[in-house]
Design a protein around this ligand. Structure first.
Ligand code: FE2
Ligand code: FE2
Length: 265
């Protein structure tokens, strides 16, 4: 399942297009998440935010033409992650859309309207040469897929809401890529967690070798602050308009905790 050629992290560029928090004051904030992933063999739009007008306006202000996108990845079927999809497809519909298999019927209707290619995801699946879906992971709220990108420094993991639990997702991404997770970004869904529980989550992620974090969306303001306090210079401030470039992730990766495991097999 492992990628044969993890990309050089310096090629990676991730732009936050939709988020609860502002980074670039020119862009609109709203509850939801979306980011553009460049530097792989295909350009990926991860989620579409909740409001079609907002995502299209933010894309325009960021000078991102919709037809740059080859693949749309929908993490889960909450409105704040898929609500902008029809409006985006009005502008550009020749895309492959990887959707939760459990909600295939509703996306089939959209694809018939716009002629896009809809691909259901249940089990882990490569969505292009450089990125793999964790597959649908269960949670008490909704099943959700996350994305893992193997790089020369370790895997980069992107989550929508992380309903299945950020630690579980990081764990699964590590197993699938055979790499320690170098960076985790997106919504971590810790807004209802106690301070103690957030502390435990942060410490577990550190034990798992996660070097950089860029939490946003539904992570919760207090939890985001806790990540900033603990990770210090490897905390990446996120928010709409933030462009995360692989070149700025210059810290060394933790040693690969999966290496020993593989050698024993
Ligand atoms: Fe969400
Ligand atoms: Fe959600």
């Amino acid at each position: 399942m492992r990628s044969k050629n993890p990309i050089d992290i310096e090629r990676l560029k991730i732009t936050i297009i939709y988020d609860n928090y502002a980074y670039d004051g020119q862009l609109q904030t709203d509850h939801g998440f979306s980011c553009l992933i460049e530097g792989l063999d295909r350009t990926l739009l991860f989620d579409t935010g909740g409001n079609g007008s907002i995502i299209m306006d933010n894309l325009k202000r960021l000078n991102i033409a919709p037809d740059q996108v080859d693949v749309i990845f929908i993490s889960h079927s909450h409105y704040d992650h898929n609500g902008g999809l029809p409006r985006f497809l009005e502008a550009h519909s020749t895309v492959d859309i990887y959707v939760p298999g459990s909600a295939l019927a509703s996306y089939k209707a959209i694809s018939e309207q716009f002629g896009s290619n809809v691909i259901p995801v249940d089990k882990p699946k490569w969505v292009c040469d450089g990125a793999i879906s964790t597959g649908l992971m269960p949670s008490p709220i909704i099943a959700e897929q996350s994305l893992a990108i193997p790089t020369n420094k370790g895997a980069v993991v992107i989550t929508g809401c992380a309903h299945p639990g950020i630690c579980n997702i990081v764990d699964r991404a590590g197993e699938l890529t055979g790499q320690t997770v170098f960076m985790a970004l997106g919504g971590f869904h810790l807004l209802s967690d106690t301070e103690e529980s957030v502390r435990k989550t942060i410490s577990r992620l550190q034990t798992m070798g996660v070097r950089y974090v860029a939490p946003s969306h539904c992570t919760g303001k207090d939890a985001i602050q806790s990540f900033a306090d603990v990770f210090g210079k490897t905390f990446v401030q996120s928010g709409v308009g933030r462009v995360i470039r692989g070149t700025e992730l210059s810290e060394t990766a933790a040693s690969n905790r999966f290496r020993g495991k593989r050698l024993r097999n």
